[in-house]
Write a protein that binds this ligand. Structure first.
Ligand SMILES: Cc1cn([C@H]2C[C@H](O)[C@@H](COP(=O)(O)OP(=O)(O)O[C@H]3O[C@H](C)C(=O)[C@H](O)[C@H]3O)O2)c(=O)[nH]c1=O
Length: 186
């Protein structure tokens, strides 16, 4: 199932699970199935990270053009609140966010297109995130925005009362004064 969200191009994707007495089987990614739904992205790199503490926040991150990344995000173990923020200058939803709980249990995935910052907060210990990227890691093009920026005003779950952050994320830029490398092509 592929569901639209209020942000153009951000989709919630829930692949079918075939359950039986052993457990389940799911095609967690099919380029053909996505293309048939009008989502034609060539992913080239898979990322996998483990966050041990509940309330770990990673983000809000992006890579700037020409190394911008589309991401297809899922939760391999545990649960997390995954967020996309529209940072395309001129977009009618600039600065707006969409979030969804992704978990091993619900099998839900979030498609975060290039032009959107991405971040998440873990909701269970030892949560693993697995995501496909449409371009390779290019640290020289990385940008970030503060996870709790007052103007973006993401309604994070309570688990983030005392978040675990990287040093980089703790001092990320605010939306005020941010000059986006992305422009909206309506
Ligand atoms: C992103 C990345 C990182 N690394 C290395 C660089 C560091 O030595 C180590 C940790 O990197 P970082 O602290 O940037 O990892 P996260 O904080 O999880 O960053 C990611 O978190 C948010 C949610 C994202 O969507 C991005 O994919 C990415 O920015 O992995 C690599 O070798 N390749 C990579 O593609």
């Amino acid at each position: 199932m592929i569901e639209d969200t209020p942000l153009e191009g951000v989709k919630v994707i829930t692949p079918k699970r075939h359950g039986d007495h052993r457990g389940f089987f799911s095609e967690s990614y099919s380029r053909k199935a996505l293309a048939e739904a009008g989502i034609d992205v060539e992913f080239v790199q898979d990322n996998h990270s483990l966050s041990q503490a509940v309330g770990t926040v990673r983000g809000l991150h992006f890579q700037a053009p020409p190394r911008a990344q589309d991401k297809l995000v899922r939760c391999g173990r545990g649960a997390l609140f995954d967020v996309a923020v529209d940072i395309r200058t001129g977009s009618p939803t600039y600065g707006q966010w969409f979030g969804a709980e992704l978990s091993f249990e619900n099998g839900r995935q979030l498609l975060v297109p290039a032009g959107f910052a991405h971040g998440f907060m873990t909701l269970q210990p030892d949560t693993e995130i697995v995501y496909k990227c449409s371009d390779y890691y290019a640290p020289e093009t990385e940008g970030d925005l503060l996870w709790n920026d007052a103007d973006i005003a993401i309604e994070w779950p309570d688990a983030g009362a005392d978040p675990v952050l990287s040093q980089k994320d703790a001092v990320a830029a605010t939306l005020k004064g941010f000059v986006s490398p992305f422009s909206y092509r309506g």
